[in-house]
Design a protein around this ligand. Structure first.
Ligand code: ZN
Length: 502
């Protein structure tokens, strides 16, 4: 084959892909913390695989002049616009972003439109003009009998690679935009059973419950539970705090675990005819519910969360994959505002907690255990670095919960704070890290704090909770326990940790 005659076509596609990679694909890697040669090479290979597979898509588009000019312009400008925000503030391409774009929320537009952004769009338009100028000079179909099968092969490579690498390709630009759009279009509401509002007045509606959903915190890394390191120094000094060491869940990722904690559904997977939202039940007694989250809502529990009277998502354009995500302490001023406004009710906080990448989950003052992780590339990190960083996130949690307790304690009202992590985290057992895949994650941390005022009024409830704290329980108890705190009965009330027979 005489490659010379195809030289111009090959050269065009080479330039096209370099331009596309620089303006779009590289943005997904730009904020990733990497330490040295080995890490950079690993991520460079990853980038080259993504761009090569998309080269197949670009080649097929280029075969028709009208299709190329229309679709490539659209892709380049939309993806380029998004990549600007990824490069500059590391937003996440997620269903929440698609929702924000489609509903053009004014405060988002105000936050994101800047002189730099307009200049970047102008630069994209100039580059687009130059690409088309070059395109007009090539014989676009020359050699397509070779290049077309090659392109189809490259596109197939994407699906194989993405499956092998646990979707690590489809979560990066350009693919992440398509996948998020499809996920957004396919989102369905969970069929929740309707709960009628009660018309009677309840005299004991002055209770405050702060319900905190943690993330990836395993019980055995809390010194309260006997961990060798002092990871919970502030909580250890508190009175009225009870730790549940033996909580079990078989749902080891957020999307599977939360729907069970927030409804009457069991982790044993026996599907019930009617799924009841915890918040609907509480609302039915005319008690206020609000949700303040530092995590984006996933479709498996979005409908449930939306049954709260108020839902507020902090940092709503960044998922846990962003390296600029806000730390959890930013939830506390919002919680205080809500409690001061409502006085009592159910206030749920959803933390980003100890989700990987650990270094983004705490501030410098909690960097007590060193050396910490300094690269996103796990194979180049030591076990010691991983555990140190993880334990620093627990120190941050200790301070976070202690700050909330200080605030609640100062109010002198009947109040309970319940903390439960959605699941644990693997810490190198059998070479496994992070979560979603191993036995060591089935024991999440759980804590209860109560005010003296609550104990004085409900001494029996507190006594039975303390009695049960050593038992082996599952996360199924949570739905019934929160209802029990508000004296709301359901047909499985005995599952509540506060349950006492009268
Ligand atoms: Zn989780």
């Amino acid at each position: 084959m005489k490659w010379k005659q195809y030289k111009k076509v090959i050269f065009f596609h080479l330039i096209l892909n370099i331009v596309f990679a620089l303006f779009i694909t590289c943005s997904s890697y730009y904020n990733t913390p990497l330490k040295g040669g080995k890490d950079v090479v690993a991520y460079l290979i990853h980038l080259c695989i993504i761009q090569s597979t998309f080269a197949g898509v670009l080649y097929i588009l280029s075969l028709s002049k009208i299709v190329f000019k229309l679709l490539f312009s659209l892709l380049f400008l939309v993806l380029g616009g998004i990549s600007f925000w990824i490069y500059s503030i590391d937003i996440s391409v997620s269903t929440a972003l698609i929702h924000a774009i489609l509903t053009t929320k004014s405060y988002i537009v105000r936050d994101l439109i800047s002189v730099e952004f307009i200049l970047f769009l102008f630069l994209l338009a100039v580059v687009l003009f130059l690409v088309f100028k070059f395109y007009n000079k090539i014989e676009k179909r020359k050699g397509f009998q070779f290049f077309l099968p090659l392109s189809i092969g490259l596109i197939c490579l994407f699906f194989v690679a993405d499956k092998l690498r646990l979707k690590s390709f489809s979560t990066k630009l350009p693919y992440s935009l398509f996948y998020s759009t499809i996920a957004y279009m396919g989102e369905e509401d969970i069929p929740l059973k309707k709960i009628e509002k009660s018309s009677s007045l309840f005299l004991e509606n002055d209770i405050t419950v702060v319900f905190i959903l943690g993330e990836s915190v395993r019980a055995d890394h809390l010194s309260l539970n006997g961990y060798k390191r002092n990871t919970t120094p502030k909580l250890a000094k508190r009175k009225n705090i009870v730790s549940f060491k033996n909580v079990f869940t078989n749902k080891t990722n957020t999307a599977l675990s939360l729907p069970r904690i927030l409804t009457n559904q069991s982790i044993s997977g026996v599907s019930q005819d009617s799924i009841i939202s915890l918040f609907d039940m509480v609302n039915s007694r005319n008690i206020h519910t609000s949700w303040i989250g530092n995590q984006l809502l996933e479709s498996s529990y979005k409908t449930i969360v939306n049954t709260n009277n108020e839902v507020q998502i902090i940092d709503e354009l960044r998922s846990f994959w962003s390296f600029h995500k806000k730390e959890d302490l930013c939830l506390i001023p919002e919680l205080k505002k809500q409690i001061n406004k409502q006085n009592n009710g159910l206030f749920s906080l959803h933390m980003i907690g100890s989700h990987w990448w650990y270094e983004d989950r705490y501030t410098d003052e909690f960097r007590e255990f060193i050396p910490v992780v300094d690269s996103k590339y796990i194979p180049s990190l030591t076990k010691e670095q991983m555990i140190n960083s993880y334990d620093n996130t627990i120190l941050y949690l200790d301070n976070f919960l202690d700050s909330i307790i200080s605030f609640l304690d100062s109010r002198n009202t009947p109040t309970v704070m319940v903390y439960i992590s959605d699941h644990g985290e693997a810490m190198g057992e059998d070479g496994k890290w992070l979560h979603s895949h191993y036995k060591s994650l089935t024991n999440p941390a759980m804590l209860v704090w109560y005010s003296d005022e609550f104990r004085n009024r409900y001494e029996e409830k507190i006594n039975s909770m303390i009695e049960r704290s050593g038992e082996s329980i599952t996360t199924d108890i949570m739905y019934h326990s929160i209802l029990d705190l508000f004296n709301i009965e359901d047909h499985e009330s005995e599952k509540s940790i506060f349950f006492c027979e009268n």
